[in-house]
Design a protein around this ligand. Sequence first.
Ligand SMILES: O=c1ccn([C@@H]2O[C@H](COP(=O)(O)O)[C@@H](O)[C@H]2O)c(=O)[nH]1
Length: 279
Amino acid sequence: MNYGELLEKRIERAGQVCVGIDPHPNLLKKWGLEQSAASVEEFGLRTVEAAADNAAAVKPQSALFECYGSKGIAALERILHEARQAGLVTILDVKRGDIGSTMAAYARAYLSVGAPLEADAITVSPYLGFGSLQPAIDLAIENGKGLYVLGLTSNPEGPEIQQAKTKNGDSVAKYVVEHAAKVNKSVCGNSHIGPVGIVAGATIGDALARQNINLSNAGVSILSPGFGAQGAGKQELARVFNGVQEKVLASASRSILMNGPTVGGLALAIQNFRSQLFE
Ligand SMILES: O=c1ccn([C@@H]2O[C@H](COP(=O)(O)O)[C@@H](O)[C@H]2O)c(=O)[nH]1
C-alpha cells in the first residue's frame, strides 16, 4: 500500500485529524512528569493510546525528543513503533533538508522499511532547492512513504521567504507546490494522493488565493498545523482551504495535549477537535 492509500484509508476511519506529540517542558509539568527521556516516552505512549481510535495520524515533534539525547531518540523510536502498530499514520516532524547526497542518508534514516526511526512520512524543507529532495522522493516512492514539503508554514516569519517572488514572478511557495504536483502526477496521475504533500498552515489567510496556488489538482495531502494554540479554527479551515478542505489533515499539538495526563481526557480533546472542525 502506498502512502496516499494508507492515509485515505485511515482518514475514512478516523477523520482528517492529526495529533502532534510535542512534550514541551510545561506540558510535562502539567502532566506530573519530570523532564526526562522516560517521561517523554510515557507522554508519547499515552498520546498514541488516546489517538488510536480518534485520529488518522500522529506527528511527533523530533526536536522535543532530541533534547534528551540518545535516550530521547530511543523514546521516539518506541513511540513511532507503537503508533504504527496501533494503525496510526506516523508523520515525523523533523523538517529535514540538505544537499542531495546527505538527503539520501536522512531519507534512509526515516523512510527505510525496518529503520529504527521508520515513519510513514516526514516533513522536509525545500530551501536547498526542490531538486535536493530527489533522493527522499525516490525512496518514498520505492517504499510507499510520504513527504510533506514546507510550502506555506504557519509561523508569521514564513512569508518573507515562502511568498518571495521567483524569476518568473510567481512565489517560492507556488514553485514548491508545482514541483510537488509534477512528482505526484508522474506517480499516480494526480487523481489520488501522491507521495509528496504540502505543509500549509491554517494561519496563512488568503495566501493561496493571492499567489494563485492551486492545490486541487496537485495530488497533495495538505498537512495543516496552526489550529488550536496558534489560533486557527473552523472558520480558517473553510476560508484558507476553500475548495480543498477534503485534502486537509488538520494538526494540533498543545491545545490537545494540555488535556492530559489521562488517556480519557486526551481522547475527548481529540474528538472535540475533530467535531469542532469537521461537523
Ligand atoms: O508550519 C508549521 C510546520 C510545523 N509546525 C509544527 O506543528 C506543531 C504545532 O504545535 P501547536 O502546539 O499545535 O502549535 C509544532 O510541532 C510545530 O513545530 C507548525 O506549527 N507550523
